[in-house]
Design a protein around this ligand. Structure first.
Ligand code: FAD
Ligand code: SIN
Length: 550
């Protein structure tokens, strides 16, 4: 695909009178941010597109995706209707059907685009795509690149981004807050009718300066929040920053109680993040067993090992509690090992590296926090409740996942919504002016933190509280206890934030506490058990179908 003709780079992200400006500002360089960037750069060769990331470009949840991308591309056996039904069933009554239809039916075109940009998915000897299966899917429809699909997608997108001279990626810039009327001295509350986003304040980690960056359109593509929990498959960057900063800016946040625990993270005591054993391994025939070697899943659900994730994670949790163990096992010993090594070379190698030959030994696995189904509430074009602020990818709540995400639907959702955000933003950018009167960041009166331990210890406490009281199985007493602990952590952290120099560590813990608060508060509002939210005080579903919006 031809890129825009190369010419001298325009003044992209330029500093003029101490002010950084860009037409499109993207926070995050995962599948959502990079896809939006490519689409926008192609459409507007003369406009500036700036991506800020707090780590290296590819250090994203995207890079670690294993199983693949769910998409209908086999018209003989599969159909849009089946994929829509599977998504709705997993979502347990809370999906927005219109959004599900949009994502499923627009998905194939979006996946074809990234294939055209160079993303490779495995094919068989006859040249047909190999399709995997995961929990909750009624058909084999998951395109994958061995067991490193995310790595391949991220690689292809980073390459594609480089073809556009009007995209600049700035790594190691930590976005702290969204700029709104609040920074012009106005009182902004949840009921302010038209909150506007003018850009962000961000800490340049190379210079240690906090800069204001003015933007026409801002896209939040900051990913997930798995680090809110002690055990997670998410890398260190997944600290819910975008969700927390949107909440602080009085934007709407939805369905945060629905945290998805992946049933099969490799159990290695003390190792964080946990290495994932993709659900596709069960799709290819692996069986969960408890410490006595019993295949326990058929006793919990007729779909056995391929029941939706919430069902499998709860079953494992219950087996672990019943047998007093820290993990269960995934048995692959009966599988065709040549096929296993071809489809899952990374998993095979990882297990081998810790002394587990999967042909002979079972893999110890336990559930780990994996995916945030809720997030920044958006409409069908990724517009948030804040004007000129869009959100897509894992930080967004589009209505696709409802109470539980169907496996491998998130990469697809990110592609479809990056496209939709780009289409809508393209219509708006011409009418947006920059607000040059925004004040600089005010750091007066702050000092270097005296003890880093205050920050690191707060993160640990938060993760313990969330894991112990707001995990797979919840009840009112545990939620209340979590809320009391979070109140205290919040008060301590705000004190520290006001009085000390801002650092990424401080901001991340502050954001994690906010994310934890949003999860607990939403969980407290939901007086029922539905999808990923299971409260033993309300074991049944309520008749009232509602999304919790904070
Ligand atoms: P990310 O890819 O997480 O990118 C977030 C970006 O935001 C990063 O660049 C980060 O630096 C930046 N950022 C965050 N905060 C700030 C800040 N304050 N300032 C500046 N930058 C910031 N989904 C599937 O569909 N199929 C799978 O097979 C699959 N497997 C998975 C396996 C694992 C181990 C994990 C963790 C997830 C998996 N998922 C899978 C989920 C999927 O990978 C993610 O939901 C998706 O990649 C999220 O993409 P994103 O672009 O929204 O965010
Ligand atoms: C997996 O490969 O099991 C993860 C897929 C997903 O999270 O969608």
């Amino acid at each position: 695909m031809p890129a825009v003709p190369h010419k001298e780079p325009p003044l992209l992200f330029y500093k003029l009178q101490e002010m950084l400006k860009t037409d499109f500002l993207i926070i995050g360089s995962g599948i959502a941010g990079l896809t939006f960037a490519v689409k926008t750069a192609k459409r507007f060769p003369d406009k500036t597109i700036t991506i800020l990331t707090k780590a290296n470009t590819d250090e994203t949840n995207t890079k670690y995706a294993q199983g693949g991308i769910a998409v209908v591309n086999d018209a003989v056996r599969d159909s849009f209707e089946k994929h829509i039904d599977d998504t709705l069933i997993a979502g347990d009554g809370l999906c927005n059907k219109e959004i599900v239809e949009i994502v499923v039916t627009e998905g194939p075109a979006r996946v074809n685009e990234i294939i055209a940009w160079g993303a490779n998915f495995d094919k068989d000897a006859g040249g047909d795509y190999m399709r995997g299966k995961e929990g909750g899917h009624s058909e084999f429809r998951i395109l994958h690149h061995k067991d490193i699909t995310g790595f391949e997608i991220e690689r292809a997108l980073v390459e594609e981004v480089k073809r556009y001279p009007n995209i600049q990626i700035h790594n190691h810039w930590f976005v702290i807050d969204i700029i709104t009327q609040h920074h012009l001295g106005m009182l902004v509350t949840k009921s302010t009718p038209d909150i506007e986003c003018y850009g962000v304040y961000a800490l340049n980690l190379q210079t240690n300066q906090i800069e204001k960056i003015l933007a026409g359109i801002t896209l939040m593509a900051s990913g997930g929040a798995g680090q809110t929990y002690r055990t997670t498959t998410n890398p260190k960057i997944a600290t819910g920053d975008g969700i927390a900063m949107t909440y602080r800016a009085k934007g709407r946040i939805e369905n945060m109680e629905f945290i998805q625990f992946h049933p099969t993270a490799l159990y290695e005591a003390g190792v964080s993040p946990s290495f994932l054993i993709t659900e596709a391994v069960r799709g290819d025939g692996a069986i969960l067993r408890n410490k006595d070697g019993e295949a326990f899943m058929p006793g919990y659900d007729q779909r056995a090992d391929l029941a939706p994730r919430d069902v499998v994670a709860r079953a494992i949790d219950s087996e672990m509690k019943r047998t007093g163990t820290e993990h269960v096992y995934l048995d692959c010993r009966h599988m065709d090992m040549e096929k296993f090594k071809t489809h899952f070379p990374n998993i095979y190698a990882k297990c081998k590296s810790i002394g587990i030959d999967v042909a002979e030994k079972m893999i110890p696995v336990a559930p780990a926090a994996h995916y945030c189904c809720g997030g920044i509430k958006t409409d069908e074009y990724g517009r948030t409740s804040i004007t000129n602020l869009y959100a897509c990818g894992e930080c967004a709540s589009t209505g696709l996942h409802g109470a539980n995400r169907l496996a491998s639907n998130s990469l697809l959702e990110a592609l479809v919504f990056a496209h939709r955000c780009a289409e809508d933003a393209a219509q708006r950018i011409g009418s947006i002016g920059l607000h040059e009167e925004i004040p600089d960041w005010n750091a007066s009166g702050t000092t270097q933190p005296r003890e880093m331990i205050l920050i690191t210890q707060s993160a640990k406490e938060l993760q313990l509280v969330m894991s112990d009281y707001v995990g797979i199985v919840r009840n009112d007493v545990r939620l209340q206890r979590a809320m009391s602990r979070l109140d205290l952590l919040h008060a301590e952290m705000e004190e520290l934030y006001k009085s000390t120099t801002v650092s990424p560590q401080l901001c991340e813990v502050r954001n994690l506490i906010t994310t934890g608060y949003l999860i607990v508060k939403s969980a407290q509002f939901r007086k029922e058990s539905r999808g990923l939210h299971y409260n033993t005080d309300y074991p049944n579903k309520s008749k009232l179908l509602q999304n919790i919006v904070l």
